[in-house]
Design a protein around this ligand. Sequence first.
Ligand code: ZN
Length: 100
Amino acid sequence: MTAMGSAFGHVLDAQSKQIEQNARFLDSLQDLSARKAAQIMGSRGGKRTQERKKARRSEVQACPMCENPARKDVTLEMLDFHRRHAPAAPIEYQEANGAA
Ligand SMILES: [Zn+2]
C-alpha cells in the first residue's frame, strides 16, 4: 500500500472513530435529557398529587356530611359537595325544610 493510501486509511479511521464518539455523546445526551424530563415530570406529578390530596382534605374538613354522616337536615348542595370527595354511598336525604 502506498504512503498516500495508508494516510488516507488513517484519516478514514480517525473519522469513523470521531463519528462513533459523536454518536455515543448524542446517546448520553438523549439519556440525560430523558432522565431529566422524567425527574421534572415526576416532581411535577408528585406536586400535583399533593395539591389534589390537600384540596380533598380541606373539602372533607369543610363537609357537614363528613362531620356528621347521621345528620338529618341534608340538602342537595351538601350531598353534591360530599359526593365530590367521598365515594358514592346510598345516602338518604330530606328537603331541609320538608322534613317529615
Ligand atoms: Zn363529605
